[in-house]
Write a protein that binds this ligand. Structure first.
Ligand SMILES: [Fe+2]
Length: 322
């Protein structure tokens, strides 16, 4: 195997780095594309008020009906919560306002990525992650790079912004390196075929299908895009599933880094690039954004490029440097 493994690291952002003229623009984005997790101590962005935080912590654990409670800004609707009008409306209001706050914050710190991004959903995760009885592929505890079973990114990047709203418990993650290294090592075993350019080309039918779904979405049916797919997304999902299924990989502490996010801290990370699994923690807000693949994100190599190179038989390990 060529190259070297790149491990995950944290970078704490402070108020003075964000002051006008401090030159944060560009630099923080570059850190993200190199696989660093940006950590924001309390006070840098406005969180829901104390009453609303108490409501999230105390009133929603018994109301959850799916893996997460999710607010969808594109269609202004909420899923994963019992049909209880008062709780639904209050939750939607809190998550909508939080999402707008996060959008404003990211536009300030990484403006180059926000111009034509697609706003994904906002999750609230009310349950303790440690020992949740979810299926293996749904489990947040298994280390993975993000790929979703419904909807397609077509190579757009997945940026997620988390906030730990537990009053006293940290949220703890483990990470086992970056996507290009994992692809290099496990792509073959995951069954991702090396077939050159054709393997990532969606073809005429695939493109027509995705185009129809986009039209339906514009016509007011936002759920239409959930059935979209692409060769790239299917390959990423194979890697995601393979990593979660591989007991040896999950247990390999030689490559693993553990990180901790204290109460009321936020963090931003490209989760298609940085592998992650939750060790423990409760009460997190998670905003998802899709950054256009057409933009040069200043990265050494993006997952879609890594996938293309790997399919051509080129080495991709160690292609991102800090
Ligand atoms: Fe994930």
């Amino acid at each position: 195997m060529a190259g070297h493994r790149t491990s995950t690291s944290l970078f704490t952002v402070t108020e003075d780095m964000l002051s006008p003229g401090a030159g944060a623009e560009g630099r923080l984005g570059k850190r993200l594309t190199r696989g660093q997790i940006l950590v924001f101590p309390p006070g840098l962005l406005t969180l829901p008020n104390q009453d609303d935080l108490e409501f999230l912590r105390n009133d929603l654990g018994s109301a959850i009906t799916l893996k997460n409670i999710s607010f969808h800004p594109d269609g202004d609707y909420i899923t994963g919560i019992k049909k209880d009008q008062v709780r639904r409306e209050r939750t939607a209001r809190i998550l909508r306002a939080h999402n707008q706050e996060v959008q404003k914050f990211l536009t300030r710190i990484v403006p180059e990525y926000c111009k034509d991004w697609r706003i994904g959903k906002v999750n609230y995760r009310p349950l303790q992650e440690k020992g949740r009885e979810l299926s293996r592929h749904s489990s947040n505890e298994m280390i993975h790079t993000d790929a979703f079973p419904s909807g397609a990114t077509h190579g757009d990047r997945i940026l997620r912004f988390f906030t730990n709203v537990h009053p006293s418990e940290p949220r703890r993650w483990k990470s086992s390196g970056l996507m290009p290294d994992l692809l290099e090592e496990f792509g073959e075993a995951a069954g991702i075929k090396r077939q050159g350019d054709r393997s990532l080309n969606p073809g005429l039918l695939g493109r027509a299908f995705s185009g129809t779904l986009r039209t339906l979405k514009r016509a007011g049916i936002p759920q239409a895009e959930l059935v979209d797919s692409s060769p790239y997304d299917r390959a990423m999902l194979r890697l995601h599933d393979y990593l979660k299924d591989d007991d040896d990989f999950q247990a390999d502490i030689s490559r693993m880094v553990e990180v901790e996010f204290p109460p009321l801290h936020s963090w931003a990370v490209l989760t298609d690039l940085v592998s992650h699994g939750v060790i423990g923690g409760q009460h997190a807000l998670v905003n998802t954004f899709y950054l256009r693949r057409e933009h040069d994100l200043g990265t050494d190599i993006a997952p879609v490029d890594a996938m293309r190179r790997w399919m051509h038989g080129s080495s991709v390990a160690g292609s991102i440097t800090h």
